[in-house]
Design a protein around this ligand. Sequence first.
Ligand SMILES: [Zn+2]
Length: 123
Amino acid sequence: MSPIKDQKKLVRAIIAALTKDKKKAVKALNDLTKEDPLQDPAHVSDNAASDTDAFEQSSHERIESLQRELTERIATIDHAISRIGEGTYGICEECGVQIPSDRLTIMPTATVCVSCEQKKEQG
Ligand SMILES: [Zn+2]
């Protein structure tokens, strides 16, 4: 098999993985929105039980931070998919080297190579 065919096969597998991941994240995000007690309009004018409010407030905050994570994840996936479309997928955004396919298989949304990521983490 030629390296180009390998690359195409890898990209196809990555698109499939990213699409699946995105679906999961979107579904989780929708489920979370339903779970959020403060999304329920019936609770807005109900301030009788302050204990319940505190509990609802903390689960609202937990849900909000999960929502932020999922939204970020979806954006990262979209970014990776758009880079595939542009033909720049798999190229390090920092230094321009080809990111090894091993890394992309494990982390399909990676946009920088290992050494650039380490540099980022350090400072
Ligand atoms: Zn790099």
